[in-house]
Design a protein around this ligand. Structure first.
Ligand code: SF4
Length: 234
């Protein structure tokens, strides 16, 4: 598969006027609408209240070991990939992939329509389909991980605006082991749009951030020492 890297001129930057949200970290306001990182769909599935603590209350805590390892692994793979990747614009990639197989890493996507943005770990583009890959530690396909990769699929679909099939995949970090995949079909699209709308309602104060009731999640949560809603094992 031919390796190709989106050139810096595209980036994750919105093409229209944008600014940081005055109160909520990591939220941008683009054309008057909130835009949040797609990785929040993973956090939302784990515990919505963690988004409130970290981004609304702006509580600062150290990253977990998994996060540090993940960041290093991303950087290593990106460096390896860039050694022989050809630069191209997003439009050039899509056009070339109509007749050839391409691979891109850390592909930035932004959807102003759905108010989401992020970087896709890896995308395979073939004349028949797009495969959107998110790397995860371990091999369990948690619903929250599936929400995240479906969020990338939605932003990607909104960017390419064409009918090629999209497949969502989860891969064990640092390996070739794709341990879960599914077509991004109409049902998946509708479900993820509803979830994204819920997160927007949370950010707008129309709904409450709900803390998890699962003590196992709280026990592994890096925010637990600062959290007033944690559930501890009885
Ligand atoms: S400690 Fe529990 S309730 Fe609090 S943010 Fe973490 S997972 Fe959510």
């Amino acid at each position: 598969m031919f390796k190709i890297q989106q050139s810096l001129i595209d980036g994750e930057k919105p093409r229209t006027k944008s600014e940081n949200h005055p109160d909520i970290s990591q939220v941008m306001i683009i054309q008057g609408h909130n835009n949040f990182p797609i990785s929040w769909l993973n956090k939302q599935g784990y515990c919505e209240y963690s988004i409130f603590l970290e981004n609304v209350q702006r509580i600062e805590v150290k990253p977990t070991r998994n996060m540090v390892v993940g960041t290093k692994e991303h950087a290593r793979l990106e460096e390896e990939f860039l050694r022989d990747a050809e630069p191209a614009t997003f439009e050039e990639m899509i056009e070339t992939s109509k007749t050839a197989e391409l691979l891109s890493r850390e592909l930035p996507v932004i959807s102003e329509r759905y108010g989401i943005r992020g970087f896709i770990d890896e995308v395979w583009m073939t004349p028949d389909e797009f495969v959107i890959i998110d790397d995860k530690p371990g091999t369990r396909a948690f619903p929250s991980s599936i929400h995240q990769v479906f969020g990338y699929c939605l932003a990607f679909k909104d960017t390419v605006k064409e009918d090629r099939k999209i497949i969502a995949s989860l891969r064990e970090r640092g390996t070739d082991n794709i341990f879960w995949s599914a077509y991004f079909d109409q049902r998946a699209e509708n479900d993820i749009i509803s979830l994204i709308n819920r997160v927007h309602n949370l950010l707008l104060g129309k709904e409450e951030f709900i803390p998890t009731q699962n003590p196992k999640k709280c026990r592994s949560c890096r925010l637990k020492s600062k959290c007033d809603k944690k559930t501890l094992p009885g």
